[in-house]
Ligand binder design. Structure first.
Ligand SMILES: CC(C)(COP(=O)(O)OP(=O)(O)OC[C@H]1O[C@@H](n2cnc3c(N)ncnc32)[C@H](O)[C@@H]1OP(=O)(O)O)[C@@H](O)C(=O)NCCC(=O)NCCS
Length: 146
């Protein structure tokens, strides 16, 4: 497995993974436009030409938000998300980002366990933030080392 910047050839697979994972998935066009957004940083985990997972972030000066994170259902619990988030943290820190924030559905136990394992700290809860189904968001943050 290789971790690399998400590229145009992998976008259809990323959009399919979005549809498989989320009730309000990002479209191919939305993902594509992120590739030309200089404040966005997207990484892919791939085996040959097969996308196994990806993670995206938006940078705003010294802070960044993690936007999407997904791993193919058949490839979970192999450390792929952990590797993606670790590579994202390193890349963001290299660009001068000191804080990475993310929000996740309160009921998303796998994702919350991952973030807590990686040292993210729970900072807030936003009641009723998500739709389809309506649900609270919980916010996590991690200070990144330069
Ligand atoms: C959340 C998700 C990205 C995790 O991907 P993954 O590649 O399976 O995660 P990893 O194998 O790197 O797991 C790392 C750690 O996270 C935790 N974790 C991951 N999945 C878990 C699960 N199903 N149950 C409990 N803990 C879990 C564990 O601590 C795990 O370490 P361990 O395997 O040594 O116990 C994946 O389940 C996914 O794509 N879910 C659907 C999309 C989603 O919910 N994205 C997050 C939106 S914010």
């Amino acid at each position: 497995m290789e971790i690399m910047p998400l590229n145009e050839a992998l976008i259809p697979q990323a959009a399919a993974l979005e549809r498989a994972c989320f009730s309000l998935p990002w479209s191919e066009n939305a993902l594509l436009s992120e590739l030309s957004n200089e404040n966005a940083l997207y990484l892919a985990a791939a085996e040959g030409e097969t996308l196994l997972g990806y993670v995206g972030s938006e940078i705003s000066f010294e802070e960044a938000d993690m936007m999407n994170l997904a791993v193919l259902p058949d490839c979970r619990r192999q450390g792929i998300a952990q590797a993606l988030v670790g590579a994202l943290e390193t890349a963001l820190a290299g660009r001068g980002v000191g804080k990475l924030t993310l929000e996740v559905r309160a009921s998303n136990t796998p994702a919350r366990a991952l973030y807590e394992k990686l040292g993210y700290v729970l900072i807030a809860r936003r009641p009723g933030y998500y739709l389809r189904p309506r649900e609270d968001a919980v916010l996590y943050r991690k200070e990144l080392r330069a």
